[in-house]
Write a protein that binds this ligand. Structure first.
Ligand code: ADP
Length: 760
């Protein structure tokens, strides 16, 4: 308000001079406001320069035109003139006109009618160009709509951090309505631990800096944390920074997706890293991009990360390089996977591995850029395969040798049979024929026995009949067994046993068999005229028996393997007798079964061999009288006995009966169970040699029937069978047999049985 007492104000009102006419014209023509004077019917009587310019007319061209002609909307023009005629003043009326070039022109029109005698005679008209203002308003509205409808939260804050605006998306994102948010500090949506960050934002904004796509966390009304990407820009007013606008984009989903991806990658990595298969990702030049723990371990590293950047060619045996290179070159987009077995260099030496190689990336020319190999160690499988092949080869060799070994003794036997037939009564010839045949038969029997023993051992069915045994007697038996071999080759055999008697808990037959095998090997694998020693001494609480020869020797590489089944050293100058390669395997099994151990020693080929056996033995103090195998055998068989031979193998039965007859006994023969019962009834035998596997009635049934007879109760019944298991013996005993003997039935056994008859 102006102060009337102020002399300056007073002067300006009181002394305002009137404009001179040219000054007035100058003022009107120079104004940027369009001015015109129009008649009551709308004819333009006068218009200033600004009005002409606004509509694109040359000065003076508007005079005489009707205002209605300039209007885009004739009806609106008519109404306007009507109102002016009625004397109504118009203020800021939005009107659309045509410029001279036809372009629309929005103006704001203010008009005041000049009236005389109650009638409007003309009107003063002012026009203000509204196009620019409208455009500005439209832009404002558009911007406002963008802000309102934006999916991003948009808000502004003053420089002191007070929220000034808050769009709909901000309401949705943070849960506060605009009303709740505006006027509050921005910390409304900042988690307490991030206040410091917000403070630093305001600091930077004050310096005029902008914060661009900053990923952080904000707090919603319900307390939930939201991951947002923030872009904050300072707001200037007249060069001053007065606040900031912030756009917050919700990136929770993206963050969660990222986290899920990271999690799945971590899980995948964990699987890959911990799996037993080796995994290595690499470029074709060999640069390792990734390796897992199994791969790292296989090349002697504990940390797979150390391998990144190393060259994987270093870990492939050099001779495999061409193959692997060709393989990598064969990977194409059409055939991206190839499998291969190769030797892989590792810290444990070179191992066999099976690799699956997969192309992961090709360049635009189809050239391999990245590949991955996954490998499993198949060394054990390879070894097993090799061992299997080896075993198969040895088995085939064995079968061939077996045929050969069985045929060898058969030829002399057959020859001697012929000799016997022609020898008539030549006692010398007959004796020689007999000796040869007996010897050759022994060879066959030993072979078959060994085979059966091996079969029993491999099936875990060999049982030892343990008793107190004198070492010397077992050695003695073995020496007797091999004497003919030693004599044949003119070897010298030296046996050195300690003076004291050494007792073992052992199966006497098996113990002797062990030494027999070692001695016969020594004889076999020593050139004629060699020296063989058997030496025994107490050692380590047991007894150590060494069988030594100065023969062909054993290469160091085979010292352990020769104990395997069918293992044989390729001795080029071997003696004629080759063997089956099962003797040592049998010896080792027997020694093991006795709780002992065996070892082969040799300085090498041609330098002789030494087999060292250790067996547990009784300490000297615990010496007792040995119970020898025949300690409880009855005295010598005496007198003529009645023997019933029962066997469905006629040759076996008849030859046995013949032998018994020659020994002075009376015999009867039956070929099946029923016949046996009939024969027994008539013959009343003292001794029955009874085969168990018989037609019609088996041996056990026969024995049971015989035992029911009064005369049968006194007879000695011997079960003769191929089955020697404890259960078989038990079955025989239960059926009433006195003895159970496994085939072949030797003369020795028969004599034992006859002695039992005498004793009974
Ligand atoms: P076989 O004698 O029937 O071949 P063995 O199992 O008894 O089978 O022996 C296996 C192999 O060990 C023999 O083939 C032989 O090559 C070797 N060997 C055994 N004993 C001796 C030894 N005293 N001297 C040299 N080599 C031996």
């Amino acid at each position: 308000m102006s102060d009337p007492s102020n002399p300056a104000t007073q002067r300006s009102c009181a002394t305002q001079p009137r404009l001179r006419e040219e000054e007035l014209r100058d003022f009107v023509e120079g104004a940027s406001l369009g001015m015109q004077s129009i008649a009551a019917d709308g004819i333009i009587l006068w218009a200033n320069a600004a009005q002409h310019a606004m509509l694109g007319y040359e000065p003076g061209e508007l005079i005489g035109l009707n205002l209605a002609e300039l209007h885009a909307d004739r009806e609106a023009a008519r109404k306007l003139l009507e109102r002016l005629r009625r004397g109504e003043e118009q203020r800021d009326l939005p009107v659309r006109l045509h410029a001279k070039d036809g372009q629309p022109k929005d103006v704001l029109l203010t008009a005041s009618p000049v009236r005389q005698d109650g009638l409007t005679v003309r009107s003063r008209c002012f026009m203000f160009d509204a196009t620019e203002r409208r455009r500005a308003a439209e832009t404002d509205a558009l911007l406002a709509a963008i802000v309102t409808d934006s999916d991003d939260a948009i808000l502004s804050k003053s420089i002191d951090g007070t929220i000034r605006s808050w769009n709909a998306a901000a309401e949705r994102l943070f849960g506060h309505t605009a009303e709740e948010a505006i006027g509050n500090p921005i910390t409304l949506i900042v988690p307490p631990e991030l206040y410091e960050e917000e403070r630093s934002f305001l600091e930077r904004l004050r310096r005029g800096e902008r914060i661009d796509h900053f990923e952080t966390t904000r707090l919603a009304k319900n307390g939930k944390r939201i991951s947002v990407s923030l872009t904050i820009s300072p707001i200037h007013d007249s060069g001053r920074i007065v606040g900031a606008s912030a756009v917050a984009r919700d990136i929770t989903e993206r963050k969660e997706a990222e986290r899920a991806l990271q999690d799945s990658e971590r899980r995948y990595r964990a699987i890959v890293e911990s799996q037993a298969e080796m995994v290595c990702r690499f470029r074709p030049d060999g640069t390792i991009l990734f390796a897992n723990l199994a791969y790292a371990r296989s090349v002697g590293r504990t940390n797979p990360d150390e391998l990144v950047g190393a060259n994987f060619w270093n870990f492939i045996a050099r001779e495999e390089w061409p193959t692997v290179r060709a393989l990598l070159e064969s990977l194409t987009p059409e055939k991206p996977e190839v499998r291969i077995e190769n030797r892989f260099r590792t810290t444990d030496g070179v191992r066999w591995t099976y690799w699956t190689n997969r192309a992961l990336k090709f360049d635009s020319n189809g050239k391999l850029v990245e590949a991955q190999s996954t490998g499993v160690d198949i060394t054990d499988r390879k070894r097993a395969e090799e061992a299997l092949r080896d075993a198969d080869r040895r088995k085939n060799e064995f079968l061939a040798t077996l045929g050969h070994e069985l045929r060898n003794p058969l030829a002399p036997i057959r020859n001697m049979l012929e000799v016997l037939e022609r020898a008539d009564d030549d006692p010398v010839l007959r004796r020689r024929a007999h000796d040869t045949m007996s010897r050759q038969l022994d060879v066959i029997v030993r072979l078959v026995d060994d085979l059966l023993d091996v079969a029993r051992i491999t099936r875990g069915r060999l049982q030892l009949r343990m008793q107190r045994v004198d070492l010397a007697s077992a050695v003695q038996e073995a020496v007797e067994d091999v004497q003919y071999l030693i004599d044949e080759a003119h070897h010298e055999l030296v046996v050195r046993l300690p003076d004291e008697t050494i007792y073992l808990d052992a199966d006497p037959v098996r113990l002797a068999q062990t030494f027999t095998n070692l001695l016969s090997n020594a004889a076999k694998y020593t050139p004629d005229g060699g020296r063989i020693e058997l030496e025994a001494a107490r050692r380590d609480g047991g007894v150590r028996v060494v069988v030594r020869d100065n023969g062909l020797g054993i290469p160091p590489t085979e010292l352990e393997t020769i104990f395997g089944m069918f293992e044989q050293v390729d001795h080029s100058i071997e003696r004629g007798h080759k063997g089956l390669g099962i003797g040592l395997s049998l010896v080792k099994s027997l020694v093991d079964l006795h709780g002992g151990r065996i070892e082969a020693r040799s300085e090498g080929l041609g330098l002789g061999s030494e087999f060292v056996v250790w067996l547990p033995a009784h300490p000297p103090a615990a010496e007792q009288t040995a119970v020898t195998a025949d300690a409880d055998a009855p005295g010598r068989a005496s007198g003529r006995r009645r023997v019933l031979v029962v066997d469905d193998n006629r040759d076996a039965a008849e030859s046995l009966a013949m032998l018994l007859g020659m020994l002075g006994h009376e015999t009867s023969i039956a070929f099946d169970g029923e016949e046996a019962l009939g024969a027994a009834e008539r013959f009343r035998p003292d001794l029955v040699l009874l085969d168990i596997g018989l037609p019609k009635l088996d041996g056990h049934a026969v024995a049971r029937e015989l035992r029911k007879k009064p005369w049968g109760a006194r007879a000695v019944i011997v079960a003769v069978t191929g089955w020697g298991q404890e259960s078989d013996r038990e079955a025989s005993r239960a059926a009433g047999c006195d003895w159970h003997v496994t085939k072949p039935l030797t003369l020795e056994r028969i004599e034992d049985a006859l002695r039992a008859v005498s004793a009974g």
